[in-house]
Structures are given as C-alpha cells and as structure tokens.
Design a protein around this ligand. Structure first.
Ligand SMILES: [Fe+2]
Ligand SMILES: [Fe+2]
Length: 266
C-alpha cells in the first residue's frame, strides 16, 4: 500500500458553469492524476452566491469528499437550516458558535485519516474571530486524530495568507488559499514540510470577471450604483486547483498547480 496520498483541492466553484465543467472533467482529471481524495470550495456554487440543496445535489455524486466554503456560505439563507442535507460541506471554523455547520471534517482513505479545516481571514473581510487563534485552539485535538491536516484559508490579502502558511508550517500538511478566484504562482513546500499556495483560483467561466458576467461589474465600476450580478455564460470554462502529495507523517512532499479548460460546453 502506498505510503503517500494525493489530494486534489479545487478552487471556488462559481455557478452553473463551475458545476458543469466539474461534472464533465473531474472524473478524467482524477484518473489521470491518480487522485485519492478531492476537496472543493462550494461557496459560490449556486448562481455565484452561496449554496442550495439543488446545487449541492448536482455535485455530491462526484468523487469529492469535502466541500469547504467561506464568506458566501449563507447567502442563500435557506441553507442555514439545511446543513443536515449537505453533510459534506463545512464552514469557517472561526465563525461564531451559533453559525450552522462545522468548521472541520475528518475523512478516511484506506488507512489514511485526513482532517480538512476551513478558516476565514479578517483583513478586508467581515469581522470574525481570529483565524490564527481559532486553528491553534483546535490543532492539538486534530493532531491527536491525524497528522494529515489540510487547511482552506479563505481570505483576501496575500499577507494574511502567507502569515497563516508560516504560522502553521510543520503543524499541518497544507495551507491553500481561496476567495480571490485568481490563482497565484507561489506554490511551494515551506521549511517544515507544509505545502502552501496563496490562492488556488476558481472553477467556472473563464471570460467573466471572477466567474461572473462582465457587463454588470464594469457598469458598477463606472457608475458606483448597485448592480445585479450573475454567473458568466462565457463559453470557455476552467478548473483551477492544486494537487498535494502527503506522506503518512503528515508532511507534504509535493505541490503542483492544476489548470484545465474546455470550450466544449454551451
Ligand atoms: Fe469565492
Ligand atoms: Fe469568498
């Protein structure tokens, strides 16, 4: 049995285009890259904002074990009372105790146990508890279960994300960023064996703006007036993510970016 595990992490799924390209291409990508476990950020899966049972149901039969999220998780408010129906979804750990959902999830693959944790940043974002203290508080208990810990840090600024990477270096297997919808080129192994990337990018329409229709967004910048945004219908769609290889001790031994695009869907 292999002594390493390959984990695919997929960036924010934006609306129907994101759901469609995943359904079309994920099984092939998982086969091609010999993926064992897949994690995807679902916060924008329903029309670009939040999650619905319908959007979740479309994705739940794919081979994805955990869906992380972020600031948009409760945008479709019905979901707040429906977490029992979306058992693979977690929300940021440093939300309040009253926030529906859990901040982490433990999954298994063969003899491996993997803890997936979601935290959210505070710089240029809504107020939350401190993400650094929140994860620190849980680290000992998580490490007692498994040394393989994968962290989705959903945050805006590169500095807060890099700080989290170094803060957790050697304590978790991977810190990957989400939320900006634009992938960064700084994937690396940090000194103590944590794989790190500031942002893994998004999954959905390639020619929109962060996955959304361009017109309303440009208009908003021009007029400063409120506008209604919807997922872009651009023909080109893309999947952005990373593949991390982690050994049994929890150390990451490799991190690479994954990019896939397709024009074959309407
Ligand atoms: Fe997002
Ligand atoms: Fe976000």
């Amino acid at each position: 049995m292999s002594d390493t595990i390959k984990i695919l992490c997929i960036g924010d799924i934006v609306g129907k285009p994101g759901r469609r390209i995943l359904k079309q291409a994920l099984p092939m990508l998982q086969r091609e890259h010999k993926i064992n476990v897949t994690i995807a950020n679902i916060e924008n899966a329903a029309g670009g904002f939040g999650v619905t049972i319908k959007a979740y149901d479309e994705l739940k039969d794919l081979d994805i074990q955990v869906f992380t999220s972020g600031n948009h998780i409760y945008d479709k408010r019905d979901i707040m009372t429906q977490f029992a129906q979306i058992p693979k979804v977690i929300r940021p750990l440093n939300f309040t105790e009253k926030s529906p959902g859990d901040g982490f999830k433990i999954i298994t693959f063969n003899t491996f146990k993997i803890a997936v944790v979601n935290i959210i940043g505070r710089v240029f974002m809504n107020p939350t508890d401190c993400p650094f203290r929140a994860i620190q508080k849980h680290l000992e208990a998580l490490r007692a279960i498994t040394p393989i810990i994968i962290v989705d840090f959903h945050a805006e600024t590169t500095s807060e994300k890099q700080a989290m990477g170094w803060f957790l270096d050697g304590k978790v297997s991977t810190v990957f960023g989400t939320h900006t919808h634009v992938a960064t080129a700084d994937e690396r192994l940090l000194d103590q064996g944590t794989a790190y990337i500031t942002d893994i990018g998004m999954t959905g329409a390639k020619d929109g703006i962060l996955g959304m229709e361009r017109g309303a967004i440009i208009e908003k910048f021009l007029t400063q007036l409120p506008a209604k945004f919807q997922a872009s219908s651009s023909k080109k769609k893309m999947i952005n993510g990373i593949i991390v290889t982690v050994d049994r001790s929890g150390k990451a031994v490799a991190i690479e970016r994954l990019y896939y695009e397709s024009e074959s869907l309407a």
